[in-house]
Ligand binder design. Sequence first.
Ligand code: ATP
Length: 233
Amino acid sequence: MNAVLEMRSVRAAYDAITVLHGIDLSVAPGRVVALLGPNGAGKTTTLRVAAGVHPVSSGRLLLGGRDATGVAPRDLARAGVCLIPEGRGVFPNMSVRDNLWMMTFTGRPRAEVEEIAFSRFPILAQRVSQTAGTLSGGEQQMLALARGLATDPAVLLLDELSMGLAPMIVAQLYDHVSEIARSGVGVLVVEQFADAVLDFADHAAVLVRGRIQKQGHPEDLRTELASLYLGSA
Ligand code: ATP
């Protein structure tokens, strides 16, 4: 089966400074791929490249086996690429309801957007009138995921979902992410601190200074990550 998202020898730069030095990554439908690495490794840039919001300097980006290098972000979004950026992709001053209703730009009626959100995250139904910024961190991430699901994604790009959240909440969120993947969505998730996501990922890659140092089964990367973080401490 074609990977829903594939990067082949992708390089990317900020002005003259190359920060991704040839990334090879593949995300199959229904699978969770974790990209892990220390501060400044290039994880966020990798997601930005995948969403088309940062240009590829060389190499190829493929969607469903077709070349998507240089395709505009809105066209990639239409083709099913959904980026949930670091720091929760919600509008904090708007209500939960309005955050969801905004997603009617996809052509889905309000009731359908709500159905998608509330069937997976029933807690959001109890919070509809609440301002999104007053939700707990975990609930905000649920709202961000619900908004993403309303776009009917083929691939979800998640940046540091666990940021600032207690381990138990992170585990609950990743349970949801696994279920979303099982419904056929490919997931590429970026995390700096690894342990939680390795329990849920099907495949993992370690990124260091813009290069994938190792990739494979999450269990096989635990030692690599431990020495990396101990080494950089
Ligand atoms: P973090 O977890 O700290 O966000 P990261 O692994 O996501 O790190 P990136 O944010 O992708 O890493 O950054 C990779 C490199 O690119 C870093 O050296 C960073 O300083 C640099 N960089 C990121 N954004 C910009 C920018 N807008 N302009 C110039 N350099 C940038």
